[in-house]
Design a protein around this ligand. Structure first.
Ligand SMILES: Nc1ncnc2c1ncn2[C@@H]1O[C@H](COP(=O)(O)OP(=O)(O)OP(=O)(O)O)[C@@H](O)[C@H]1O
Length: 458
């Protein structure tokens, strides 16, 4: 890996700093942006990525700001002198997480008799998607690659590049096994784009199309529903300083039908839906302020004409052992911070590598450092079992619930606000060793259950 900026003629690394304002703050973005820039550039070195703390001493920031983060970047170093950085500050204020609207087939207007809920829409950046980006863990820098690619297309659109000479369709397709975070990744990307391009677009929206509902209730009219839905989208993007991300989940259910119709095994309604979708996508490709993201578990089932239109086709795989370690570690750290696990440090993967934990003989662990090493070793071996079983991110994030319910016992984790008379008055979590035992047993249970399902399928 290079330690120079991507282009050696550029001498600085582009580093994004994201500033989240408090929900009810009325501070001016420009004022905050300047104050944050001044603050950030007063550091000699910044860690990448990191959450900054020292700004709370600056009164205008303390009043308005909730969090400042230095985002991960293409720079392979974990810290960098500020003078080697080209810093871009993005100030944003997420909207209320409950502000989701149903977006009907008649373009969002309520009251018509044949109303079918075909999509939901929310404002971005949205409180509900805060933290989602960081919670998703992938090998190979998948998140950054996708974000960079999407940003590249937006920059070229903004530059009014002649579409006949350099062209793209504004369609991104993520495919892979169930539960690998494809839908979540699309939402997290949409949120990032809204934050990074807030200087360019005064508002951004995410519209999620429910592929099933387009087909289900008014099956024979689905072609028309697609048209109505997209004409609603076209209305939204008339506003040039608004950006719209359209997420089509499980796109194969919309597009698999054409092959069937052509082979005579599907009714022609399916064909109409696919044709309508393709026509509408083609109409959108000249619009600067829209991005279509689609997900699928079954890429073979997607109409090839749709796949052809995708600029980026990204396979999202089951998590690697390292990613599993980080996912499980993030579960343990969250539960430790909330007092459900009685604390010990769970070492990061970098620390695990540094200490060569796997190669060490098993020792009687006594000091806090030994205890933390022992936790790291056990977690890594758990991650190996999960990977061998091909567990998805979704299955992994459920493990703590299973472990608590079945193996640790809900009575063994006492929270101070549910048992305020507890002598210490503090949260009383179960020790990390108990949690690891519970997690190991929960994984074994999952393996056995999976074996039974496979047996039934034979
Ligand atoms: N790589 C990952 N890192 C962290 N969490 C993950 C990962 N993959 C999945 N998850 C978690 O699993 C849950 C389910 O993810 P999501 O619904 O986005 O997956 P999906 O691939 O779209 O699933 P499906 O194909 O079944 O619709 C999310 O809550 C997410 O937090």
């Amino acid at each position: 890996m290079t330690s120079q900026p991507q282009d050696s003629t550029l001498s600085k690394w582009l580093i994004h700093v994201e500033v989240r304002l408090k929900l009810r703050s009325s501070a001016r973005y420009e004022t905050i942006k300047n104050a944050v820039y001044a603050h950030v550039t007063s550091y000699e070195t910044l860690y990448i990525p990191s959450t900054l703390e020292g700004w709370k001493d600056v009164p205008e920031l303390a009043d308005a700001v909730e969090r400042i983060i230095v985002c991960e970047s293409a720079c392979p170093k974990s810290s960098l002198p500020v003078q080697e950085m080209a810093i871009q500050v993005h100030v944003y204020q997420p909207t209320d997480g409950d502000a989701f609207e149903e977006y009907g087939n008649n373009g969002g207007q309520q009251g018509e008799e044949d109303e079918t809920m075909a999509a939901t829409m929310c404002e971005l950046p949205n409180q509900q998607y805060e933290g989602l980006w960081d919670s998703l863990i992938y090998a190979d820098n998948v998140k950054m690659k996708l974000l960079d690619y999407i940003q590249a297309t937006l920059i070229l659109s903004d530059a009014n590049i002649d579409y006949n000479l350099v062209s793209w369709n504004r369609v991104v397709l993520l495919h892979g096994p169930p539960g690998t975070g494809k839908t979540s990744l699309c939402r997290a990307l949409a949120q990032k784009i809204a934050i990074r391009f807030s200087h360019r677009y005064s508002n951004a929206r995410l519209l999620e199309i429910n592929s099933h509902s387009l087909f289900s209730k008014w099956f024979s009219e689905s072609g028309k529903l697609v048209q109505k839905l997209f004409s609603g989208i076209t209305d939204l993007i008339e506003e040039e300083d608004g950006f719209v991300v359209v997420l089509i989940d499980e796109v194969e259910s919309l597009t698999a039908a054409r092959a069937g119709a052509m082979a005579g095994t599907e009714p022609s309604d399916g064909l109409r839906v696919v044709n309508a979708l393709l026509t509408q996508l083609d109409k959108l490709k000249h619009r600067k302020n829209v991005l279509i993201m689609a997900t699928s578990n079954l890429v073979q089932a997607i109409d090839s004409a749709f796949v052809d239109r995708a600029d980026i086709i990204q396979f999202v795989d089951l998590p690697s052992r390292e990613a599993i370690y980080d996912i499980l570690r993030s579960c343990l750290c969250e539960m430790t911070s909330k007092g459900v696990v009685a604390g010990t440090d769970v070492p990061s993967l970098a620390q695990v590598r540094l200490y060569g934990l796997l190669d060490e003989p098993s020792i009687e662990d006594e000091s806090p450092q030994d205890r933390s090493n022992s936790t790291g070793k056990r977690l890594l071996s758990l991650a190996t079992s999960c990977q061998l079983q091909g567990m998805s991110g979704r299955a992994l994030r459920k493990l703590p619930v299973l472990a608590l319910a079945r193996y640790i016992g809900v009575g063994n984790v006492v929270l101070s606000h549910t048992a305020p008379s507890h002598p210490s008055g503090l949260l009383q979590g179960a020790p990390v060793e108990v949690w690891l035992n519970g997690l190991e047993r929960a994984v074994r249970e999952q393996i056995e259950e999976k074996g039974k399902v496979n047996q039934e399928h034979k």
